[in-house]
Design a protein around this ligand. Structure first.
Ligand code: HEC
Ligand code: HEC
Length: 83
């Protein structure tokens, strides 16, 4: 993961400290807003991974990785028609 971040050119921005960004959501919930068709889409050049919690830390800067989280989720980067 360190290598992936390094290759992407920087640390992933931390999650905002609001209700939309509670840690008990699934990656599919994140993609409802941040998928390519959502209202706050990730940029087209975002790293090709959907295991959000492997890279994005909480607002306190703490990482909460989920073991076994899939790197491709329905509606995620593989389905991004902009790529
Ligand atoms: C209800 C819609 C919604 C959901 C659900 C949601 N987000 Fe967001 N997210 C937003 C909006 C809108 C912003 C922009 C807030 C801002 O820039 O102040 C944002 C900002 C972010 C940022 C910060 C971007 C930056 O440049 O600082 C990250 C990272 C992020 N979201 C990841 C996630 C992850 C991971 C999840 C799932 C846990 C998630 N979001 C769930 C709407 C959502
Ligand atoms: C491999 C690490 C990694 C994973 C996994 C990852 N991201 Fe990111 N993300 C990044 C990096 C690095 C950036 C900053 C570079 C960029 O904006 O392209 C970023 C940027 C973002 C941004 C901010 C874009 C902006 O316009 O400022 C949002 C929102 C976001 N990611 C959401 C997500 C969501 C939702 C997931 C899971 C579905 C996810 N990310 C999975 C590394 C990751």
């Amino acid at each position: 993961m360190v290598l992936a971040l390094w290759a992407a050119g920087g640390r992933a921005p931390d999650l905002p400290a609001d209700a939309d960004h509670r840690l008990d959501q699934g990656e599919a919930d994140c993609l409802a807003c941040h998928g390519h068709a959502g209202r706050s889409p990730r940029p087209a050049d975002h790293p090709p991974r959907d295991d959000c919690f492997s890279c994005h830390r909480d607002a306190a800067g703490e990482l909460h990785p989920r073991s076994g989280a899939p790197t491709a989720v329905s509606g995620g980067w593989q389905d991004d028609t902009r790529r």
